[in-house]
Design a protein around this ligand. Structure first.
Ligand code: NAP
Ligand code: GDD
Length: 354
């Protein structure tokens, strides 16, 4: 363990571990930063420049955490940047969370998704191998790698049959990390994480799209919420639980692969109904397929289906068997579906205005 003296905040003058997070400006980066800060880590984060100088979820962190994060500007596609960074910082732990993570976008932009998610991951494992081989690394794999699974629930042995450019890219990343782990004796653990959501989830993902739109309606909007496949079924958990599992994976004596999920399945339609219920609105459904609508008791149409939100191929029906994580990591999700929806809707109702 390195002895970097972390001067502030005032009650944390301890010898601490150094962690590097790629994707620190995303949802999971937010919760992981909070967790590692509490544990006294020296946190380094990679962000990429954008013209508005907005730093994503970093801006939502409490000031005392944000000011202690050491930021490095760089892009996943820049191999030289990561070689230099790993050589210079040699962190004890590396959480590789950065990715083009939106499945829908990956159908429109497969090449850039492959560049960022496949070449980007290769750049990172090469930098670890060549410049910091004792770093323990976490790779953000995904339940999307299962495609449309025939067997349910899914565990670490379930066949991987990806059905989107995003899922293909993550499968390539997953096999790359496994290959490097064996070939070069590196500590790299893969988290095969099922959908996890929160009040800082990106607004285009379906759960946050729903909670933000319910909040707008609560604040007086007359615009119905437009969605794609209401029948899609996912295993949704709370992101805060999942970053704890990531951290636990790197505290083990040996690297391995773990499923994290809730073992509960819900449709998009159920998520919508639950979200409106939190706002005191009862939704009933009428019509079928593209003509389905969701109405309030006083006859207002609050939900419509729009085919532009359907994907060329759907992948759903995911249900996590997280017994291995439960057994080896003592990990379990603590937030139930109803509580997750409540957290998200309440946060958006409180924080958004029309
Ligand atoms: P997210 O909110 O979309 O965050 C992605 C992060 O990656 C952002 O910080 C983004 O930066 C960064 N990034 C994207 N392209 C980059 C590039 N070229 N160079 C440097 N940084 C780049 O994703 P998340 O929900 O936190 O998920 C974290 C990871 O877990 C992702 O790899 C995702 O694929 C995977 N995963 C997520 C889930 C889930 O349900 N959330 C489930 C399984 C796996 P900007 O802020 O600049 O865009
Ligand atoms: N985004 C979106 N918008 N999805 C919709 C909509 C809509 O209007 N209507 C229905 N859906 C359905 C999608 O077709 C999909 O089946 C489901 O809602 C969830 O979509 P997303 O929230 O976009 O997430 P995802 O499941 O495709 O991907 C997320 O989870 C993966 C883990 O399984 C992302 O976080 C990925 O990065 C992650 O790997």
């Amino acid at each position: 363990m390195k002895t970097n003296h972390f001067i502030s905040p005032k009650y944390y003058i301890i010898d601490n571990m150094k962690a590097l997070i790629t994707g620190i400006s995303g949802q999971d980066g937010y919760f992981l930063s909070r967790l590692l800060f509490k544990k006294g880590y020296e946190i380094h984060g990679v962000i990429r420049r954008n013209s508005s100088m907005s730093n994503g979820t970093l801006a939502l962190l409490p000031e005392e955490i944000r000011k202690n994060i050491i930021i490095h500007y760089g892009d996943l596609t820049d191999a030289g940047f990561f070689a230099k960074l790993l050589g210079q910082e040699k962190p004890e732990e590396l959480y590789h969370l950065a990715a083009q993570s939106f499945v829908g976008y990956s159908f429109q932009n497969p090449a850039s998704t492959y560049d960022v998610n496949i070449s980007g991951t290769l750049n990172i494992v090469n930098a670890v191998k060549d410049y910091s081989p004792s770093t323990k690394m976490y790779f953000a794999a995904t339940s999307e790698m299962f495609g449309q699974p025939e067997n349910t629930p899914q565990n670490e042995e379930t066949p991987l049959k990806p059905r989107s450019p995003y899922a293909v890219s993550k499968l390539a990343g997953y096999w790359t990390t496994k290959t490097y782990r064996e070939a070069y004796d590196l500590f790299i653990s893969n988290g095969i994480l099922f959908n996890h959501e929160s009040e800082v989830r990106g607004p285009e993902f379906v759960t946050r799209k729903i909670s933000l739109n319910v909040a707008k309606i609560v604040h007086g909007s007359k615009e119905p919420l437009e969605l794609g496949n209401l029948n899609a079924r996912k295993d949704w958990g709370y992101a805060k639980d999942y970053v704890y599992g990531m951290w636990q994976m790197l505290q083990q004596a040996r690297s391995d692969d773990f499923i994290l999920g809730t073992g509960e399945l819900h449709t998009v339609r159920e998520f919508v109904g639950e979200a409106f219920k939190v706002a005191g609105i009862n939704i009933t459904w009428e019509g079928r397929d593209i003509n389905e609508i969701g109405k309030s008791d006083d006859g207002k149409i609050f939900v419509r289906v729009n085919k532009k939100f359907f994907r060329p191929l759907e992948s759903d029906n995911y249900l996590a068997d997280y017994n291995k994580a439960k057994r080896d990591l003592k990990w379990e999700p603590t937030t139930k579906f109803h509580d997750l929806v409540r957290i998200m809707v309440k946060s958006d109702v409180e924080n958004s205005v029309l």
